[in-house]
Design a protein around this ligand. Structure first.
Ligand code: BG6
Length: 515
């Protein structure tokens, strides 16, 4: 990201991170903030305060996070870090106890004064809260923020001139609820304290360059829109495959969650929405959310009793001395948690009726790969008699790790005899723009400081995605049919059967085959 003039940077603010001792803060948030600082993208007047229960000085906290910044930031410069570290503070508090908020408010105000962040009438400065804590703490923290009077931005209808009022925004990490009802309840709690426009439900997939590029590809070009429908597209696949297992995350998080909740409900349905939605009226947060919400509402509900016909669950077996999922520390095998999930989605609207979307995600699969495959139909007639029919066109949007877009076409092989073979038009994103996509957290944090919600999710999107997945999560039959799969494979047989029942196949690229 290029640096921007101070006048274009976000307004001065205090960033309050709840969960300062957590993994996300160390591995992602502080390194991302440091990177923004290094690139002169942060407001000149701003500071960060990490909040956790363990008593610690600012100095001790800085020392604790420094090694992660060195390890995870794209570049590390000792002197720059020393500069930035002066803006990093720590406050010990139990964020679930209202009694601790008086001290926190005072600390925020004094840090605002120290770093020149303006406050209105000696009151609150602009504050960006970040919930990077265990999900069961979301509710108490949001309630305490409200009860402590830390949100001075009035409800929209009673604010006369919003320019006078400092803003307070909140970024909420996933998991956003563990099912539809808990997501609705969390949205309700948030809505009692913050305006919808001040709530930033983060999905780091939306910050990925190639995910953002989906809209530019579709709507910044004329050639795709006429073919982007059930008339020409046979089906679409969205895959997020990982080679790692769940490791130490099993006990605290994963075993109660699983791939359907962890990946499909959140990231993959969002990516699918970008591929499938109608053109928004303009390129802004509200217009984009409106279209994504409409898309979720067009998804055909799956009755829980039919769930096993539309989805497949798997969990990885042991291999090469590594434990099976069921042997990982903290796993209760009886829960039958899915480390792999696949599902078929029908979108009942004019554009997509008849074209299924298939989503899948799993741990310990053959490759680390996040991609969208748009598989086109065959030409209406094959006119090259005597030449065997060739596979139909395909667009692969490779989100990670080999970011780019490729289109498979058929071409005449040079020579006197008519021979046809597949060729690829291949756009390598990093090479074309001579830039590696940056870690998504930095740009997303910057957007929240600027008040840009374009890459964040609206309440109805989150609830819409849960509505789609809930019958699958509720199906005891689907869970009882969970299969084991070999690590380093492409998942369980039942997922292949989901495709073969429709006379289709997953796109499983070999390691050497890029796009
Ligand atoms: C997170 C999930 O949201 O995304 C993890 O909780 C998963 O389980 C991760 O590993 C994958 O992200 P990425 O960017 O590596 O595809």
């Amino acid at each position: 990201m290029p640096s921007i003039p101070p006048s274009d940077r976000p307004e001065p603010c205090v960033l309050v991170i709840f969960g300062a001792s957590g993994d996300l803060t160390h591995r992602k948030l502080i390194p991302a903030l440091y990177e923004l600082y290094e690139q002169n993208l942060l407001p000149e007047r701003c500071c960060v305060v990490g909040v956790s229960r363990t008593p610690m000085t600012d100095h001790a906290f800085r020392e604790k996070v420094a090694p992660s910044v060195e390890k995870f930031a794209a570049h590390f410069d000792k002197a720059k870090w020393a500069d930035f570290a002066r803006r990093v503070h720590y406050h010990a508090a139990d964020a679930s106890k209202l009694d601790d908020y008086d001290g926190l408010s005072k600390r925020i105000e004094s840090l605002a004064d120290q770093h020149g962040v303006p406050r209105q009438r000696e009151g609150s400065p602009n504050i960006l809260f970040y919930l990077s804590v265990a999900p069961e703490l979301y509710d108490p923290i949001i309630t305490c923020i409200g009860a402590a009077g830390m949100v001075s931005e009035g409800k929209r209808w009673c604010v006369i001139d919003k320019g006078d009022v400092p803003w307070q925004r909140i970024i909420v990490e996933k998991p956003f609820g563990s099912d539809l009802n808990s997501a609705i309840a969390l949205n309700r709690t948030l809505g009692q304290v913050f305006e919808e426009e001040s709530i930033y439900r983060i999905d780091h997939y939306l910050g990925k360059e190639l995910v953002q590029n989906i809209l530019v590809m579709r709507f910044g070009n004329r050639i795709f829109e006429p073919i982007w429908s059930a008339q020409h597209v046979d089906h679409v696949q969205v895959t997020a495959a990982e080679t790692v297992g769940v490791g130490s995350r099993a006990a605290n998080f994963y075993d109660g969650s699983g791939a359907m909740r962890d990946m499909i409900q959140s990231h993959l349905l969002q990516v699918m929405a970008l591929v499938a939605m109608e053109p928004p009226s303009s390129y802004n947060a509200d217009a984009l959310s409106r279209e994504r919400i409409k898309l979720f509402k067009s998804i055909r509900p799956i009755p829980a009793e039919d769930a096993h016909q539309h989805a497949a669950f798997g969990r990885y077996a042991a291999a090469d001395g590594e434990p099976a999922y069921t042997e990982e520390k903290g796993v209760d095998p009886a829960r039958k948690t899915d480390t792999y999930a696949a599902m078929r989605v029908h979108i009942d609207n004019f554009r997509w009726a008849g074209t299924p979307f298939y989503l899948r995600s799993g741990k310990k699969l053959a490759r680390k790969l996040t991609e969208v495959v748009v598989q086109f139909k065959a030409p209406p007639a094959w006119m090259f008699r005597g030449v065997a029919e060739r596979p139909p066109n395909r667009i692969v949007i490779n989100i990670a790790p080999d970011d780019g877009v490729s289109i498979r076409l058929e071409a005449k092989v040079p020579g006197p005899k008519l021979t046809i073979d597949s060729v690829k038009l291949d756009m390598d994103y990093s090479a074309t723009f001579n830039a590696k996509p940056v870690e998504a957290y930095g740009p997303l944090l910057l957007d929240a400081m600027r008040g840009d919600r374009m890459l964040y999710k609206h309440r109805e999107e989150v609830e819409g995605a849960w509505t789609v997945c809930q019958p699958l999560l509720d199906s005891t039959q689907l869970r009882s049919q969970i299969q084991t799969y070999k690590p380093n494979s492409w998942g369980p047989d039942n997922a292949d059967q989901l495709m073969s029942a429709d006379a289709r196949k997953w796109h499983n690229p070999r390691a050497a085959e890029k796009r």
